[in-house]
Design a protein around this ligand. Sequence first.
Ligand SMILES: Cc1ncc(COP(=O)(O)O)c(C=O)c1O
Length: 342
Amino acid sequence: MKSFASDNYASVHPRILKAIEKANKGHAKAYGYDPFSEELQDIIEDIFGKGVSAFPVFNGSGANVIALKSLCKSYEAILCSDVSHINVDECGAEEQLVGSKLIDLPSQQGKLSPQSLSSFTKNYGNEHQVQAKVLSLTQTTERGTVYSLQELKALGTFAKKNSIKVTMDGARFSNAVAALKAKPIEISKAAQVQVLSLGGTKNGLMLGELVVVFNPQIADEMKFYRKQYLQLSSKMRFISAQFVEYFKNDLWLKNALHSNEMAQRLKSELQKFSELEITEEVAANVVFVKVPRSLIEPLQKKFPFYVWDENLNECRWMCSFDTSSSDIKSFAREISKHLKKR
Ligand SMILES: Cc1ncc(COP(=O)(O)O)c(C=O)c1O
């Protein structure tokens, strides 16, 4: 079965499976003191610069929680977009575990802008109100759009000016790197990111995300948060070995370029059907599309996907590193067949 539901539905890349097998030799030190975790640390410094640290964790929600926990004082609030994963899809984990108020702001194409943040800086110093001092940006956004370097720079400059600390939910960071054709560090630097959650699971790993910390002071504390928030793997070598392979010969970028390219092909196929309406710019690996109601269920039987907005009949069709051109063709044929039946 192939689906367009989510890159979480995708398989594990064969090279990653092999890397896990290769790591499965004898014993190794636990809790991140193994050779793969050490090698990963060097790789991260090559990509992001000296002194930058990587903390492998199990999942993206956990990565977001400890990233935010490391930046947020109890009286500080987290600015995020109304459609952000931390706001709508993490079961209130941030409110419960970080213990801070989330302030969800109206977004456009899933993005925030300095203008959307500016009213919150007016309350600084008033002890009756939370201090909105942390900003969470998602790159690639939940709407499949990608902040440009200029947009990130504007947000980063605004944040710095107002002493706002920035985290980036990069569950699909690799798709953004591929889309922007930028260096990873250009993206994090532009937005003045202090902690980045860099995804692996959605782009070919079996499981694992990296919490990348740019500020050494925060890095000193991160290991404690990771343990306290249950994200420290005892057999970490098996997560780290996946990431070592992921970065080798740019597997992460090749996978992301491929899933982005598949989304472009899907878009081209869909544009042939006047009954469908693409509702968002296709910048990475996802296409949002309004579909006639009668088509949804029959299509889902063969190609599972999520209806994103029931009122609008808007569906999210997501491509993965293992989506093939023939999957796209078969999906388009299925759409055509059901449209003709109407
Ligand atoms: C943008 C974004 N951030 C974070 C996550 C959380 O990842 P996980 O399901 O591994 O907790 C997801 C998962 O779909 C996501 O789409």
